[in-house]
Design a protein around this ligand. Structure first.
Ligand code: C2O
Ligand code: CU
Length: 505
C-alpha cells in the first residue's frame, strides 16, 4: 500500500474546515467549538525533556521528582501559568532497565494534593500512584518496585480522583522509558533500532491546549461531551515545533498526553513503520500510513528521511467509529503537528530487524470472563466510588474482559497493572497495530472489544488498581472502577479505602 495521495490529503483538510464551520453554525457554546488553528510557522526547536538523573542507593535506582508551579511559553509572545515535574511544564524522561529495582521519591510543591501514577507499569497496587496514594502539599511519597515487564514507552502523570484532567492539562506528564536488560536478547534488537536519546530516539508528547485572551490555559470549555478539545496542538510543550534530524532513520516515541483528543498521525505521501505499541515492541515492524492514538496511548514509529527532506507529522481527521456528531468530538480536525527537517548529510542507520519480539497470552487459559459497559460517566451502571471494590481477581489467572462503549461518542479503556492483548473486536482478530501489548485501547461506539489479561503477581486485598476511560473528564466524573488482585481464597477488603474516601471527598 502506498501513502495517501495529495487528493486524499486535501479532502481530509477540507473536511476539517467544514467541520469547524458546522460547529460554529450550530452555535456551540463558548470555547467548546472544535477545530485546530495551525501555527504560522514550524520553526521552534522541539524541546527534548532531559533524561532524569538517578542515584544508586543500596542497589536501587532512585529518582526524585518535584511537582511544582511555573510559567511556560507554549507559543511565542505568550506566557502561561503551568505545572510541571522538576520544571515549569512536563517532566524529565525517566529511564530504567528491565530487572532493575527502582524507586521514585515524589515531592509535592503544588498548592493542592496530587498523586503520581506510573501508567503502563506492572507493580504493587500500593505503589501505583492512583487516587489512594495522594501526596499532600509539602509531602514526599516514595514508590519502589522491580521492573518486570517488556521494555517500552510508559509515562507518569497525576491521578487525583476528580482532578486528573486539570492536573495533567496544566502540564504534569512525563515519559518513563523501560530499556532492555543489558546482555538480553531484547538488548540485541534494541541495538539495531535507533536508540540515541534526543538524536534518533525522540520523545514526542502531544497535548492540545486552549488559551484565554491573557494567554492563560483555559479548561472550562462549556462542557463538550468528550472534555476539552484545545485548538492549539503542542509537542513537548510547544506549538509549531521543528525537529532537526541527522540520521536517515528516526524513531519517534509518540505519547498522546491530551485529555480528550484522539489523533491519527502520519506523513503525507509517505509510509512510516510502527515498531511498538503501549507496552513494548510489536512482533514485527508494520508499515502504515496513519496510527490512531486516543488519550494515554503510545506508539513508537520509524520515519525514513532523505537528505534535506522537510516533512510534517500530520494528524489526519481521525476515524472515531460511529460517533453521532463527528465535528463536536474532533473527528473532522486535520492539522500539522511537528516538522521533521533532515540535514543535508544523514548518518546511515542499521537495518530494522524483521522480527522484534515474541509474546502472547493464552486464550485457552481464560478462567474468568467479565463485561464492562461504558455509558455516560458510568461502568455497568455505576460511577466510581473510592470506597467500593468492583472486581476481585485471582493472582495467576488469565481473564477475558469484554468492553463495550454504549454511547455514540468516544471512550477508551485503560487498565492498571497489566499489559493486555486485544483478542478480538466484534469477534474478529484486531488489526495488526492493535495486536501488540496494550494498556489503553480506543473503544469505538457499539463494538465489543475482547481483552486478554494475565495477572501474574502482586496481591493485595486492600489496595486496588483502577480501570477507566482515559478521556480525563470522563474518568474524573466517574467512568472508573477498582479491582484487587488476591491470593486464592482471599476476599477483597475495602476497609482501608473507605477511610481514604472520607478524607478525599
Ligand atoms: Cu494514565 Cu489510570 O491512568
Ligand atoms: Cu470516556
Amino acid at each position: 500500500m502506498t501513502g495517501l495521495t495529495r487528493r486524499q490529503l486535501l479532502a481530509s483538510g477540507a473536511a476539517g474546515a467544514a467541520g469547524a464551520g458546522i460547529a460554529a453554525l450550530a452555535g456551540c457554546s463558548g470555547a467548546s467549538v472544535t477545530g485546530v488553528s495551525e501555527p504560522e510557522a514550524f520553526d521552534t526547536p522541539l524541546p527534548i525533556p532531559p533524561l532524569a538523573d538517578s542515584r544508586m542507593v543500596d542497589g536501587i535506582r532512585t529518582f526524585t521528582l518535584t511537582a511544582q508551579e511555573g510559567s511556560w511559553q507554549f507559543q511565542s509572545g505568550q506566557q502561561a501559568t503551568t505545572w510541571g515535574f522538576d520544571g515549569p511544564y512536563g517532566g524529565p524522561t525517566l529511564r530504567a532497565a528491565v530487572g532493575e529495582r527502582v524507586a521514585v521519591e515524589v515531592t509535592n510543591e503544588l498548592p493542592e494534593a496530587t498523586s503520581t501514577h506510573w501508567h503502563g507499569m506492572h507493580l504493587p497496587a500500593e505503589m501505583d500512584g492512583g487516587p489512594h496514594q495522594m501526596i499532600e502539599p509539602g509531602d514526599t511519597w516514595r514508590a519502589e518496585w522491580v521492573v518486570q515487564q517488556a521494555p517500552g514507552t510508559l509515562w507518569y502523570h497525576p491521578h487525583p480522583h476528580g482532578a486528573t484532567e486539570r492536573h495533567v492539562y496544566r502540564g504534569l506528564a512525563g515519559m518513563f522509558q523501560l530499556v532492555p536488560a543489558p546482555g538480553s536478547e531484547a538488548a540485541a534488537i534494541e541495538e539495531q533500532l535507533p536508540h540515541t536519546y534526543g538524536v534518533d530516539d525522540v520523545p514526542v508528547v502531544i497535548a492540545d491546549k486552549s488559551f484565554d485572551e491573557a494567554g492563560e490555559l483555559v479548561i472550562d470549555d462549556g462542557g463538550n461531551e468528550v472534555g476539552l478539545l484545545g485548538d492549539v496542538v503542542t509537542v513537548n510543550g510547544v506549538a509549531g515545533a521543528r525537529l532537526e534530524v541527522t540520521t536517515g532513520l528516526v524513531r519517534l516515541r509518540i505519547l498522546n498526553a491530551s485529555t480528550a483528543r484522539t489523533y491519527s498521525l502520519g506523513l503525507p505521501e509517505q509510509e512510516m513503520v510502527i515498531i511498538a505499541s503501549d507496552g513494548g515492541l510489536l512482533r514485527a515492524p508494520l508499515k502504515v500510513t496513519q496510527v490512531r492514538l486516543s488519550p494515554g496511548e503510545r506508539a513508537e514509529v520509524l520515519v525514513a528521511l532523505e537528505p534535506g527532506q522537510d516533512v510534517r507529522l500530520h494528524s489526519f481527521a481521525p476515524d472515531l467509529g460511529q460517533v453521532a456528531a463527528p465535528f463536536a468530538v474532533g473527528a473532522n480536525d486535520a492539522f500539522d503537528v511537528l516538522a521533521l527537517v533532515a540535514a543535508e548529510e544523514l548518518t546511515a542507520s542499521a537495518e530494522v530487524p524483521e522480527q522484534l519480539a515474541s509474546f502472547g497470552l493464552d486464550a485457552g487459559a481464560v478462567s474468568v470472563r467479565r463485561r464492562f459497559e461504558l455509558q455516560g460517566r458510568q461502568i455497568n451502571g455505576a460511577r466510581m466510588d473510592m470506597a467500593r471494590i468492583d472486581e476481585t481477581v485471582q493472582v495467576g489467572s488469565t481473564e477475558l474482559w469484554t468492553v463495550r462503549n454504549l454511547d455514540l461518542f468516544p471512550h477508551n479503556f485503560h487498565v492498571h497493572d497489566v499489559q493486555f492483548e486485544v483478542h478480538a473486536i466484534d469477534g474478529a482478530p484486531p488489526p495488526p497495530e492493535l495486536a501488540g501489548r496494550k494498556d489503553t485501547v480506543y473503544t469505538e461506539p457499539h463494538r465489543d472489544y475482547e481483552l486478554l489479561l494475565t495477572f501474574t503477581d502482586y496481591t493485595d486485598s486492600q489496595w486496588p488498581y483502577m480501570y477507566h476511560c482515559h478521556l480525563l473528564r470522563h474518568e474524573d466524573e466517574g467512568l472508573m472502577g477498582q479491582f484487587v488482585v488476591v491470593t486464592p481464597g482471599q476476599e477483597a477488603d475495602p476497609s482501608l479505602i473507605s477511610g481514604a474516601d472520607r478524607e478525599h471527598e
